[in-house]
Write a new protein. Structure first.
Length: 280
């Protein structure tokens, strides 16, 4: 397989780190972004010029444009863009602070949008490219205590799906990846909680808080296998619209879509009542 060049956000941990290690080990080039470049010094030392690293906080749009443009300038070609960086913000909607809400949207939603928008002119100039947007089963199903996390993931899925239709004629493929729970730092490191309000302690919203504070049951997903499956998706042609990873993700998404479709289909006749009469 010819050497590919990948641009991946958030390569210091989780899926981003696992993907980067696998890609570098097989001889591909990776342009990785982190907030602290020292967190990936071991990769720089081991892989040298095959690993390009840029310091990036996704809440700073101007910096996104600078780093993405510089990666294309320095590396010449980038074949695959992977929007991986992000985090979970949990708690009842009322429990979250304004600052937490804004930061989650800026990072998970706007950051991903601006990465893609900045990369598109370069991919168009190349006449080819692949965009991989990390989401979660929470991009299609919603659970109490995760309102803001779901807001960012549902939002970025809608954006990515629309973009996929826009850029397909230009030779650019877009894939949304929806993993289930995995044994990464997501629960016990990057996830954030809003300040607790006692009124929600005995409500369904407390489930997410309890999962984060206690660790919950071990996740079923193997990060290395998930990373490998994400990498493999770049070889599928045409680009798959969605890649569901994990038995838990499949079950949750299937249940949510089945229930949603049943709800919509039950309203077929009542929906038509708001139309103008035929021929009007």
């Amino acid at each position: 397989m010819p050497q590919r060049t990948w641009f991946i956000t958030g390569v210091n941990s989780g899926f981003g780190r696992a993907m980067t290690e696998q890609l570098l080990e097989r001889g591909d080039r990776v342009a990785g972004t982190v907030r602290n470049v020292d967190s990936v010094k071991d990769l720089t030392d081991k892989y040298g010029e095959n690993f390009w690293v840029g310091s990036l906080d996704l809440t700073h749009t101007a910096d996104i444009r600078t780093v993405v443009d510089q990666a294309f300038t320095d590396l010449g070609t980038v074949d695959v863009i992977v929007n991986n960086a992000g985090y979970g913000l949990f708690g009842a909607a009322e429990e979250l602070t304004d600052e937490q809400v804004e930061h989650a949207i800026d990072t998970n939603l706007l950051g991903s949008i601006q990465i893609i928008r900045t990369a598109l002119p370069h991919l168009r100039a190349q006449g080819a490219g692949r965009i991989i947007q990390l989401s979660t089963f929470g991009g299609q199903a919603a659970m109490p205590g995760g309102s803001m996390y779901h807001a960012t993931k549902w939002g970025v899925e809608g954006f990515a799906e629309a973009v996929s239709i826009e850029v397909a004629p230009l030779g650019i493929g877009v894939t949304i990846v929806e993993p289930g729970g995995a044994r990464t730092e997501f629960r016990n490191g990057s996830a954030k909680l809003g300040p607790a309000i006692e009124a929600y302690a005995a409500t369904p919203a407390a489930f997410a808080r309890n999962m984060i504070t206690t660790g919950g049951t071990p996740a079923v997903g193997d990060p290395a296998k998930i990373a490998a499956a994400i990498i493999d998706s770049a070889d599928q042609n045409p680009a798959p619209k969605r890649v569901v990873l994990g038995s838990d993700s499949f079950g949750i998404i299937s249940g949510a879509l089945t229930a949603r479709l049943a709800d919509v289909q039950s309203q077929k006749d009542s929906a038509a009542l708001t139309d103008f009469p035929a021929g009007a």
